[in-house]
Design a protein around this ligand. Structure first.
Ligand SMILES: C[S@@+](CC[C@H](N)C(=O)[O-])C[C@H]1O[C@@H](n2cnc3c(N)ncnc32)[C@H](O)[C@@H]1O
Length: 224
């Protein structure tokens, strides 16, 4: 079983310190929502985000959207061999049931995440497809998942991914940073036995996720 963790992902509601900014208020009004109940999104809230610490990397629900689509629509997931987890910059852990159908449409995805932040689970009744739990730093997430964890990092040890995964036995957890640039905020280096790089250039999150999802199956053929 492979567990893919998107760590330190830039998914959060608009923080209190910028909820009164005119750009946020007018965006919230257009959507008929309260500024406290909308996702921070750098495409729309850029002027207000200059005031935020690490504002240049925050507000990227699009990265989480693409990551979830790739994981949940993957062959590995359809074979029941993938667990998908999103960890956020504010130490929330989002568990995603493998049968979840993530909306392809970005606006609908944003609405779904806002519902999740509000209720802590989706759907509100019956067995949940998505659950959000606070107070889960990356260490707690990895303890909950168990197994060996490997972090993906452009500055890590260079490997041939298929070959690397083919040599791994048993359950494996791979961590990908869910931010557009910079380093992990969490102590990924201390929490993982290995940090690996799969190419000399820094890649997009979805490119790395796609490589892992395919290489895990190929490296695993006949071995797991
Ligand atoms: C878009 S990168 C952002 C970080 C990167 N330091 C940068 O400034 O471009 C997000 C994540 O993708 C993964 N990643 C990007 N390029 C990689 C590479 N060449 N090898 C392994 N992982 C990579 C890492 O997990 C990284 O945290």
């Amino acid at each position: 079983m492979l567990t893919l963790v998107l760590a330190d992902s830039e998914l959060e509601l608009v923080p209190p310190e910028i909820q009164g900014h005119p750009a946020i208020r007018s965006y919230a009004r257009k959507r008929g929502k309260s500024p406290a109940g909308i996702l921070l999104d750098s495409s729309f809230h850029h002027p207000a985000m200059k005031r935020l610490e690490q504002g240049e990397r925050r507000g990227r629900p699009d990265i989480v959207h693409l990551f979830m689509l790739l994981c949940l629509d993957s062959i590995l997931n359809s074979e029941g061999r993938l667990k998908t987890i999103v960890h956020t910059r504010n130490n929330e852990m989002i568990m995603i049931a493998p049968e979840t159908r993530i909306p392809k449409n970005y606006t609908r995805f944003v609405g779904l995440m806002e519902e999740l932040f509000k209720a802590g689970r989706v759907p509100a009744e019956g067995s949940p497809l998505l659950t959000l739990e606070g107070g889960k730093d990356l260490k707690a997430v990895l303890e909950e998942v168990g197994g060996k964890a490997v972090a993906m990092d452009p500055a890590g040890k260079r490997v041939d991914l298929q070959d690397f995964l083919g040599k791994k036995k048993g359950d494996l957890t791979m961590i990908i940073g869910g931010f557009p640039h910079g380093e992990f905020n969490s102590p990924a280096k201390d929490l993982c036995k290995e940090m690996i790089s799969i190419h000399e250039i820094p890649l997009k999150v979805w490119t790395v996720a796609a490589e892992v999802l395919v290489s895990y199956r190929q490296g695993a053929s006949g071995k797991r």
